[in-house]
Design a binder for this molecule. Structure first.
Ligand code: AMP
Ligand code: ZN
Length: 492
């Protein structure tokens, strides 16, 4: 079996395999670094992370390229208003973006390409189009793509573009949804704006040419997969196809993946709607990075996902169950031997997990068998029917699950600490949940000392003091668990 992924271009599930038989060459449109990303943006990056992690788990290496759009209309507007050079402005948001990806455990693509560092490649592509008559220059010095030069326009989004006006132009990076018009490849310099002196004149690239030029630079003229959020299908990806295929006469990407939106009350989460949360907003409210990751990936990418705080609480509880279970396996001592039913259950859970992901990355169906396995194993342990050999069969299933989902291993402290540090610097401490401040004020050493004091109090039969310590710690988000193997504590 191989992974079958919905292909927007063909309108069906197609097998996703490297055409060269080696590595899967994929390009994903990256962020425009004009502000902090919201969790809608991160839903898309997380689902693409699920894809690359699953491919690698199944033994397919990936060559994943992501662009950084570090020049566009909004960036220019904001830098002109702030009176600072664009690199100074974008560096801040680019850094924040990578920090957020790290918090969410999104793996780094093999290649990260900034638009501003690939101007010559974009200029060369415009020249190539111009040589074939598909690009023309306007009087003020901008270059446009002649839509009439590409009869296949609309094949990705399946839009009926019969009303397309030849020669009508649009030069905004963002524009009305349904307009199919000659689009800007290169924009002539305007006074006060960042621009580059090039063979096609002084100016800056349009948004679409950026992705075509950088994808071809790192992946070749034809490659396996192109991905992005659903809003990019039209016109951005349609325009990428038009300019690339007109220039090369070869198919651009074979496979197109589009992640459906994260919604709030049925509406797209977006800056312009004012209905968005950044990752930092949620961390400061006390949600853990792992819970945000799980919530954003557990609804399959082809379903819109209506964001709620309940979904974060559900994810928090689910992760807690998985972590407690793994702890139970790794800390437990089990008798030699194995139980055939448990062996079978582990094997079946692993198979169903893989099959679900092979079926268009159905993350919801991939999680279900893991929890069934946890339930079965917990029951077996309670009944003394779980053996060392079963532990050896179940742990690798959790490991494979975590190779893709990456939530069991607890790395939640660092993102929260980072968000708090950021809030302090950015003057946003008023947005921090009180229990988070209390929890952070307590170091691990201080917790250890209180746990020891509680033990001493219990030994001295001073149960009132022991209970008091437990309650104080709970208030600061630290949970104490007494078991026959001793006392454990953890931060909630
Ligand atoms: P941008 O920084 O606006 O270029 O967007 C970065 C990525 O996030 C693109 O792939 C967008 O399609 C995607 N995106 C934007 N809004 C949402 C949303 N509400 N849900 C899912 N993906 C989104
Ligand atoms: Zn793009």
């Amino acid at each position: 079996m191989t992974l079958r992924l919905f292909n927007t271009l063909t309108g069906q599930l197609d097998p996703l395999e490297p055409a060269d038989g080696k590595a899967l060459r994929m390009y994903a449109c990256g962020p425009t670094v004009y502000d902090y990303g919201h969790i809608g943006n991160f839903r898309t990056f997380l689902q693409i992370d699920v894809l690359r992690r699953f491919l690698r788990l199944m033994g397919t290496p990936v060559r994943h390229v992501m662009n950084i759009t570090d020049v566009d209309d909004r960036i220019i507007q904001n830098t002109v208003a702030a009176g600072i050079p664009i690199r100074e402005y974008t560096a801040r948001f680019e850094e924040a973006f990578f920090e957020d990806l790290e918090s969410l455990r999104v793996e780094r693509p093999e290649v990260i390409a900034r638009a501003t560092e690939h101007i010559p490649q974009m200029v060369a592509l415009v020249e190539r189009l111009a040589a074939g008559g598909a690009a023309y220059k306007t009087e003020e010095g901008s270059w446009y793509f002649r839509l009439a030069a590409f009869p296949g326009y609309g094949k990705l989004s399946k839009k009926d573009l019969s009303g397309m006006e030849d020669g009508a132009r649009v030069d905004l990076d963002r524009y009305e949804k349904d307009s199919a018009r000659d689009f800007a490849l290169w924009k002539a310099a305007k006074p006060g704006e960042t621009s580059w002196e090039t063979a096609i004149g002084r100016g800056r690239p349009g948004w679409h040419i950026e992705c075509s030029a950088m994808a071809m630079e790192y992946l070749g003229e034809s490659f396996d997969l192109h991905a992005g959020g659903e809003d990019l299908m039209f016109p951005h990806h349609e325009n990428e196809i038009a300019q690339s295929e007109t220039a090369t006469h070869k198919p651009f990407a074979r496979h197109w993946m589009h992640v459906r939106f994260l919604l709030v009350d049925g509406r797209k989460m977006a800056k312009s709607e004012g209905n968005f949360y950044t990752l930092r907003d949620l961390l400061l409210k006390g949600y853990k990075a792992s819970a945000i990751r799980l919530a954003l990936i557990s609804v399959p990418y082809r379903h819109p996902f209506n964001f709620t705080f309940d979904s974060l609480i559900d994810a928090t509880n689910a992760i807690e169950r998985l972590r407690t279970f793994r702890e139970r396996l790794t800390a437990g001592k089990f008798a030699e031997g194995e139980d055939s039913a448990m062996q079978e259950a582990a094997k079946e859970a692993r198979e169903r997990f893989v099959e679900a992901l092979e079926d268009d990355l159905n993350t919801a169906d991939a999680i279900a068998p893991i929890f069934e396995l946890v339930r079965a194993a917990n029951t077996a342990i309670d009944q003394g029917q779980f053996f060392a050999g079963d532990c050896d069969a179940v742990l690798p299933v959790l490991r494979d699950f975590d190779a893709v989902f990456d939530v069991i291993e607890d790395r939640d402290a660092e993102p929260t600490r980072r968000a708090l540090k950021w809030a302090e610097k950015a003057g946003r401490m008023d947005q921090v949940a009180p229990q988070l401040i209390a929890a952070q004020s307590l170091t691990d050493e201080a917790v250890e000392a209180l746990v020891a004091e509680r033990r001493a109090a219990k030994n001295a039969r001073n149960f009132a003091r022991a209970d008091q310590i437990r309650a104080d710690l709970a208030e600061k988000g630290v949970v104490i668990e007494d078991s026959k193997d001793g006392v454990r504590w953890k931060r909630k």
